[in-house]
Design a protein around this ligand. Structure first.
Ligand code: ADP
Ligand code: GLC
Length: 477
């Protein structure tokens, strides 16, 4: 099949979260199954054009009310593969330092124009490179309107193409003023409560869901959760109405990147058979973060966006208790300013807590390799990748039993000795504290090694996920 995969972020070119990892790993796995996948993304300012091939043509991108905007196109490949990546170059929209928001965290005010422009450009690119597309695969609100563009605007140019929309996170829906709908250049009859309209505003994800031939989300549990008021962010009824085309497909792990046996970003490689080597990474991590060096003392890691979704408020509320446990903590993350400030203050005051505020891939790998337990108490989690990395690195995760966390982590059972992590259900500081305490106690017991090894042997292969995507592509075609 010929698959055009559109995403606003793709590792290693631009990343704010797991969407970028999936947007590289899934096309790679699909291509291994023999499909012709081409990825398309914006050329942000941070992507150096000197490393890309400039294609000898421009594409005209007709945007409602703005006329035809002429964009350049660059090309490259996913590292060590022959999967092509196309970059849409348009200085006015993408020639700025960040992807979605400025340095203070404020979303760019023209994100509607930027990403509708990009979604339209996907079709113009396919035409320009004469790609006979079977499946247009869109991701999240940024490209969601592509499904409607295909159905109502580009259908005569791609009469046999179908669309798939993957929801990686329902919290972000791309809600803009009514005028944003105009940029799409599709008939105003689609601005109604069953498609793009939400209380007089334009909701790109909502309209995208309505027009998609298939919708997927990134774990089976999340596919159920988003049909309920608790997790639906106002769209649960809309999603329910379209649930006949919804499937939950668990993300995989790119074990070329996340494998303690071969990881080039950690100082000491190890695996199940020489698990004792992991301790050397722990010492390296303690030293790097200014914690007291100790092979024995429990070390708990966290790598996360500092966003409400990730349960950082629960952690802050439980902090006093957590600091009293016989454990050290290393946190890596950035995001909400209060959290950056709060964790920095705790870090300055308490010898058993350290935070590194910012984005640091190498440190993320070292935290996975050097920690004894990994904390991920999300309020909701469509899939989550770090808990799967943790399992592979022998760092049993402590998670809230939601979404993909529920689907990937098996709760430790002290009686049967089964399980590979620690789960809690209630989103409260007490449940969080009690579960971390239970995990720390278990760390100091003989069962810890059993839990650790079981997790290390578990695999979340992209091949399996890609085959599920392949199946739904075939269904829609
Ligand atoms: P989300 O996409 O909701 O942020 P995921 O768990 O799916 O959550 O993916 C997060 C990805 O981003 C992981 O690969 C994780 O290692 C990475 N990540 C998050 N924050 C940081 C950070 N501060 N530094 C380095 N990597 C980070
Ligand atoms: C989103 C979700 C995360 C998921 C990722 C990749 O960012 O928050 O849970 O793993 O997308 O699908």
């Amino acid at each position: 099949m010929n698959i055009m995969f559109a995403s606003s972020e793709v590792t290693p070119f631009a990343k704010t979260g797991g969407l970028a990892d999936v947007s590289a790993a899934l096309p790679k796995a699909l291509s291994k199954l023999g499909h012709n996948v081409k990825i398309v993304m914006p050329r942000y300012y941070s992507i150096n054009p000197a490393n890309l091939e400039k294609l000898p043509f421009n594409i005209g991108v007709p945007v409602g009310g703005l006329g035809t905007l002429w964009a350049g196109v660059y090309k490259s490949y996913l590292p060590n593969t022959n999967v092509e990546v196309y970059f849409i170059d348009y200085e006015k929209f993408f020639g700025r330092s960040r992807i979605y928001a400025d340095e203070s965290g404020y979303s760019y005010l023209d994100n509607d124009k930027r990403f509708i422009f990009f979604s339209i450009a996907v079709f113009e690119l396919a035409l320009a490179i004469k790609f006979d597309v079977d499946i247009f695969h869109f991701n999240d609100w940024q490209t969601a309107s592509g499904t409607a563009l295909l159905k109502y605007r580009y259908n005569w140019l791609f009469p046999k193409s179908k669309s798939v929309l993957t929801i990686h996170n329902l919290e972000h829906q791309g809600i803009f003023g009514k005028e944003a709908f105009n940029y799409l250049m599709i008939d105003w009859e689609h601005f109604n409560l069953y498609e793009f309209e939400a209380m007089g505003l334009t909701n790109l994800l909502k309209g995208g869901i309505a027009a998609a031939d298939k919708i997927t989300t990134v774990s089976p549990t999340y596919a159920k959760e988003i049909q309920t008021p608790e997790f639906g962010f106002g769209l649960h009824d809309h999603i329910k109405a379209h649930s006949h085309k919804l499937v939950g497909i668990l993300n995989g792990v790119d074990y070329d990147e996340w494998n303690p046996k071969t990881d080039k970003l950690i100082p000491f490689n190890y695996d199940v058979e020489n698990i004792e080597v992991k301790k050397k990474n722990k010492l390296a991590l303690q030293e790097r973060m200014g914690l007291e060096k100790s092979e024995k003392k429990c070390l708990i890691g966290l790598v996360s966006r500092f966003a409400k979704q990730k349960g950082i408020e629960l952690i802050a509320q439980a902090m006093e208790g957590l600091l009293g446990l016989s454990a050290d903590f290393v946190f890596l993350g950035s995001g909400e300013k209060w959290a950056e400030g709060f964790f920095s203050d705790v870090s300055a005051k308490y010898p058993n807590f350290r935070v590194w505020v910012g984005y640091n891939n190498e440190l993320a790998h070292l935290i996975e390799a050097g920690s004894d337990l990994f904390l991920m108490p999300s309020l909701f989690e469509p899939c989550g990748l770090n808990q799967m990395y943790s399992l592979r690195y022998g760092t049993p995760p402590i998670v809230r039993a939601v979404g993909g966390l529920n689907d990937t982590v098996e709760n430790y059972n002290p009686f049967t000795k089964e399980g590979d992590g620690f789960k809690f259900w209630e989103p409260s500081k007490d449940a969080l504290y009690n579960t971390v305490k239970w995990a720390v106690d278990t760390y100091y017991s003989d069962d810890y090694k059993i839990i650790q090894k079981r997790g290390m042997k578990k695999r979340f292969s992209w091949e399996r996920s890609a085959k599920e995507y392949e199946k739904i592509y075939k269904e829609v075609l």
